[in-house]
Design a protein around this ligand. Structure first.
Ligand code: ZN
Length: 680
């Protein structure tokens, strides 16, 4: 099998993974899974960048040995990647012996080639970037990427790499390999940069203990950026396991963020040229994620935990997130995330469209054919032709890493299948005995189209794809696009009918008027009539029925095809941040709790809100024993007008998730902040 070796950037472990890091990993994972689907012997490398001064500092702050700190953070990262179903084959940490071997190998080769010389570095250094900065790049004296940080002025003995010597060889390489740096816009940026002339770069830091010692001067360590780049080669045996290296190097693809293209497309290839090693075949610089149009930043509070996003739609919630990241953002460009759009796409693409299609077809297969489908007549050419066209478009998009085009192609087949069902009206055919063969064929074709779409969506939504394949009587094991990405008009399909894949998400999470001082007696709730879903149960929202999967056998009107159903109307009920900030949410600790006489639903609580003690009434008695609440830290609306409830003055309101047909769950914390802390 032909090898395909791809890598992502390795991550600094001084902070947790966020949506931006997750975006890169998910997209690279989609590429890795697609390559496997195409039959490549794929090796997908990820890892952690540990030799950073920030990591060292963070460990010291935590009172830990740096390596122990990195061990701990490795688990944090691995947990996030597992939650997002990222299927790396290898995970490297730059503190591993194999990486020390690889780094020493490259450093020695460069030194022996005469491309390293000793000098003194005097200038600016941003500790947060771990990067030397030029005066001209500073903004008001501060780092352009860290506007509140003034870089340090340092003067120390450094070793320098003769990057300037590689200007022409790099230009030659770019000219000979137009595909080397993609997308085109990044390639042009880098070309301008190289044409503008290259300065030699520092490759060591003096007087530090955290890092890999220089082979010829162990009092200095390899500069963290120089060290980090080498991970791609040391992971496949550079300097150690040469047979492994032979098999996998050069890498076929480095997936990186657009902010680090200079390191990957200029310094790294020059290092490899100097070390007389082959260059990676391609570097792809993806764009940045913004949150509601704002850049992600700790100060703006726009850092999003990807696990939280996956959890939003229950245990299978990583697939809705993966689909959003791939389908809604053109890979290579910048993209935006908003909760509103995330929920909207979930309903449109998954609940109403694909999920509903699978429900309808599997349900009709059971109603009309006892779950056994066989082709009976000449297949429907139109749908088969659409399937073939879609597979061709999908492969063309995915081969160019236009992942969004691949996702869109698969969705064209899903839309086409919905239209096909509307046009052929199986429920009408079912009433006509003379149309029995036709009905068999229509159901078979629809199931086949779903199978094909699920194969194509496999790299994007691996778990959901397997589940859909199971339901339409196909295997999700060992798929190959050349074989399984073909329209099939043969064999018997045993169809499985099961609960909704993605229940529609109805209500946003938030304040429910039934819990709080304005609640009279809360309304009676009924038991949830829906079966538990196999995938993607929303964690904090009611499980609502999907559109009826198909008409009754009595011949009621068919459900309109979901493709024709408009997206949730974008009625603009959004509020400005100022409006939200009017609601003062605060952390409160429950001091006492007791039942309210003559009420099944209400509890009277006294809470500590930091500055005072308050009494309030909450409609949570059916879900909580009063004793269980004492000592619990909750969130209250602090500036709500007081109200009298069952004769009690209630001053504030407890926040709880309140599913229709379920019991309320009060909002609480894993690690409770102090009472009175503002929540926003
Ligand atoms: Zn900086």
């Amino acid at each position: 099998m032909k090898p395909f070796f791809l890598t992502t950037a390795i991550d600094y472990v001084n902070s947790q993974p966020h949506l931006g890091t997750a975006y890169e990993k998910v997209c690279a994972d989609v590429i890795a899974r697609y390559k496997r689907l195409c039959g490549f012997d794929t090796r997908f490398l990820m890892g952690n960048d540990e030799h950073s001064q920030n990591v060292f500092k963070k460990a010291q702050e935590a009172g830990l040995d740096p390596l122990a700190y990195c061990d701990r953070m490795e688990q944090v990262f691995r947990k996030a990647w597992a939650r997002l179903d990222v299927s790396f084959d290898d995970f490297i940490r730059t503190t591993e012996p194999r990486h020390r071997v690889g780094t020493t190998e490259i450093a020695t080769r460069l030194y022996d080639a005469g491309d390293i010389y000793e000098g003194v570095y005097e200038g600016w250094y941003c500790v947060s970037c771990e990067e030397f900065k030029q005066e001209k790049d500073l903004v008001n004296g501060n780092c352009p990427l860290h506007p509140t940080l003034k870089p340090d002025w340092i003067r120390e003995k450094n070793y320098f790499f003769r990057l300037s010597k590689y200007q022409q060889p790099l230009l030659d390489h770019f000219a000979a390999h137009p595909e080397f740096m993609q997308p085109e816009i990044r390639r042009n940026e880098i070309l301008r940069l190289i044409e503008g002339g290259l300065l030699d770069v520092s490759v060591s830091r003096a007087g530090q203990s955290w890092g890999i010692p220089l082979p010829w001067d162990p009092r200095s360590v390899v500069y963290v950026w120089f060290d980090a780049l080498i991970n791609y080669a040391s992971a496949v045996g550079l300097g150690g396991d040469w047979a492994l290296f032979e098999r996998w190097w050069p890498a076929d693809l480095h997936v990186i963020g657009k902010d680090i293209t200079r390191f990957h497309a200029v310094i790294w290839p020059a290092m490899l040229m100097a070390a007389k090693l082959p260059l990676p075949r391609q570097i792809f610089g993806h764009g940045f994620m913004t949150i509601d149009g704002q850049r992600m930043s700790k100060t703006l509070g726009t850092i999003i935990d990807p696990i939280e996003l996956a959890d939003r739609f229950g245990p299978g919630g990583h697939d809705p997130l993966r689909l959003y990241l791939v389908k809604e953002i053109a890979f290579g460009g910048d993209g935006d995330f908003s909760y509103q759009r995330y929920d909207e796409r979930y309903n449109v693409d998954l609940a109403n469209n694909l999920g509903n299609l699978v429900s309808r077809v599997t349900s009709m297969a059971h109603r009309y054919r006892q779950g056994r489908l066989t082709p009976a007549a000449a297949g429907n050419d139109q749908l088969a032709r659409l399937g073939e066209q879609v597979v061709a478009d999908y492969r063309s998009g995915m081969d160019r890493f236009a992942l969004h085009e691949g996702a869109a192609a698969a969705y064209r087949l899903i839309d086409g299948t919905n239209e096909f069902i509307a046009a052929t009206s199986p429920w009408a055919l079912a009433k006509d005995p003379a149309a029995a063969d036709r009905l068999s064929q229509v159901l078979f074709d629809a199931a086949e189209a779903i199978r094909l779409a699920a194969v194509l969506l496999g790299p994007i939504m691996p778990a959901s794809s397997r589940e859909i394949l199971r339901r339409v009587g196909a295997s999700g094991d060992d798929l190959h696009v050349d074989r399984d990405g073909r329209w099939r008009n043969d064999g018997e399909r045993l169809i499985t009918q099961d609960g909704p894949l993605w229940p529609r998400r109805e209500n946003p999470v938030g304040v429910d008027p039934r819990v709080g001082p304005n609640a009279k007696e809360p309304v009676t709730v009924t038991d949830n009539p829906n079966p538990p879903p196999a995938l993607g149960a929303p964690a904090l929202v009611p499980i609502a029925p999907q559109a009826a999967p198909d008409p009754t056998a009595a011949g009621a009107n068919p459900t309109p095809p979901p493709a024709a159903a408009p997206a949730a109307p974008a009625a603009d009920n959004r509020i400005a941040i100022e409006d939200f900030m009017k609601v003062e949410l605060r952390v409160a600790k429950v001091l006492t709790a007791e039942r309210v006489e003559k009420s099944k639903k209400l509890l009277k609580l006294s809470v500590d809100v930091g500055t005072e003690h308050r009494t309030l009434v909450a409609g949570i008695a059916e879900a909580y024993e009063p004793e269980a609440l004492v000592g619990k830290t909750v969130v209250i609306v602090f500036n709500l007008k007081p109200a009298k409830l069952m004769g009690i003055d209630s001053n504030g309101m407890v926040l709880a998730a309140s599913p229709d047909g379920g019991k309320p769950t009060v909002v609480s914390f894993e690690q409770p902040p102090a009472p009175g802390t503002r929540v926003r």
